[in-house]
Design a protein around this ligand. Structure first.
Ligand code: SME
Length: 167
């Protein structure tokens, strides 16, 4: 399967978010290798959401370890409860941080990052990881971004579970 992302540059932010959601639904439905789907998901997010410098997964094993991502090299392991990612998974809450410099314990992988959105991936009794987005723009992430990314995580959760061999 090949994808040609063309003509979206002039879309409004709403159109970009809707297009992103459609692309994620498509790649999940196409049922590729889970690693391919998750890798392309990070690329679609990076291409279609404006003002991001990093988008990717951390998966949960003994700690959080780096998964497929787009952006500069990032820290490979994060303890549960550490940084925005570890705290989001520990609390099982989406964390939308308007200014990472005010978040106690924030882990700076790319000094360009100023805002961060982390969505935890979990079921009742199991934690699978997080999806992490970074932006150089303070206050970058809106309620609409949170909603669409939470929907995207729900769509990708079965793919993550398959990838981790947990089903
Ligand atoms: N800032 C994150 C670390 C991961 S990077 O942003 C890719 C955190 O505080 O958990």
């Amino acid at each position: 399967m090949t994808y040609q992302l063309k003509g979206f540059e002039d879309f409004s932010i709403d159109e970009k978010r809707n297009f992103l959601l459609r692309m994620i639904k498509d790649i999940v439905q196409e049922d590729h290798h889970p690693l391919s789907t998750l890798s392309n998901a990070t690329s679609f997010i990076m291409a279609l959401l404006p003002d991001l410098n990093w988008a990717g997964f951390y998966f949960y094993g003994e700690d959080l370890y780096l998964g497929p991502f787009q952006g500069l090299p990032a820290c490979t392991n994060i303890e549960l409860g550490q940084g925005v990612c570890g705290m989001s998974l520990k609390k099982r809450e989406t964390l939308c941080v308007p200014d990472v410099h005010t978040f106690p314990g924030h882990i700076a992988c790319d000094s360009a990052s100023n805002a961060e959105l982390v969505i935890p991936i979990f079921d009742k009794d199991k934690s699978y990881g997080v999806l992490d987005l970074d932006s150089p723009k303070k206050n970058r992430f809106t309620k609409e971004d949170v909603e669409v990314m939470e929907e995207i995580v729900q769509l990708l959760k079965p793919v993550v579970i398959t990838f981790l061999g947990e089903d």
